[in-house]
Design a protein around this ligand. Sequence first.
Ligand code: ZN
Length: 454
Amino acid sequence: MSTLLLKNATLLITMDEKRRRIEQGGLLVRDNFIEMVGPSRELPQEADRVIDASGMVVLPGLVNTHHHLYQTLTRALPAVQDVELFDWLVTLYPIWAELTAEAIYVSAQIGLAELMLSGCTTANDHLYIYPNDVTLDAEIRAAQELGIRFHPCRGSMSLGKSKGGLPPDRVVQTEEEIMADCQRVVDTYHDPSPYSMCRIVIAPCSPFSVTEELMRQSAVWARQQGLTLHTHVAETLDEEEFCLRKVGLRPVEYMQELGWVGEDVWYAHAIYLNEEEIDLLAETGTGVAHCPASNMRLGSGIAPIREMLDRDVKVGLAVDGSASNDSSHMLAEARMAMLLQRVQKGAGALSAQEALEMATLGGAAVLGRDDIGSLSPGKAADFIAVNLDRLEYAGAGHDPLGALLFCRPVNVDLSVINGRVVVEKGHIAGLDLERAIARQNEISQEMLKRAAST
Ligand code: ZN
């Protein structure tokens, strides 16, 4: 048993049921969970390790609900800087066909490091392309080494071009291969217990890259195993047209028809929803991963987040893959979410508090977790701290929470995940970042060269 005491935080934002904000706040951690939260003077004064958070704002670790970490290898690619989703995908598939297990491992180190430094303590990743020797294992290894809580998706594509899908045939797999590998990774890695550091998600990619049969089969099987389900839905009008043409249904109707609604399901994007569809998500407890930067970058549209929140739809925040963002900065994304709703609906559309709730409590709910997302006794010891005494916040001392969202997004100074200090003084413990960056750049160039020569 070990204890960790954090004390004297200028402001501790709990996100607990009363949304308490505690001045001179602190918390006591036992092993991997929070035992006490309150004003520092009311907490024990000693522990195995004591962190003085004077001058800092402390908040629950942020939760990222959708990503494609491998896409950090294809950031800012000139050929797809100015095109929409379908053209973007068709150009990128042949490059991603050059992925290897090493590429998955290194790109996961890069993307997860970026997430952690920006305050993320629980990350989802959606890996849906498995060429060459690629397996989900490589990114799970990177997450384990970095110490981040991880919900990797065993994604999939089974509908190649010859069957009317969007991806080339050589990057899709058969239903048998996919289901067998889902079973393998669940048997090897899935941990359903409280404070779990790894839960596998089953995630066929999208209506235009997966067969109807795989969608149905995945949902039935995942529910038998007690797993959550994730996919892309209603991201673009092209997708809506594809679904109407192929099955005569709108994307959300199609999902409902396939058994893809419920407490155990969440969609990435959910931009093109009508009133009835928003009600359906609320009634069924189906969640949404909101990806504002990616939606702007690809010109996809503005998700009706205000309407969803007003009807109690579960909404989490997500940076999305790095070929459409192209950064994995959670605080920057929360800021984007706050600003983007305002573009359409005015300055009162989404507050800083609401954007931060989406990035914490909302994400926890979407991932199906009641043990993360707030700082209260019994929750996992996942929290972050940002030094307020810095250029970006000079003149914003009256509202540390507001400063986090309204001022330029910064990296965190401290991050604790599962009771372990993983970021200290702005650096990730035990990661040779320089080496990872150098290798990432080499792999990225090699992939582009190989793709150009095939
Ligand atoms: Zn995505």
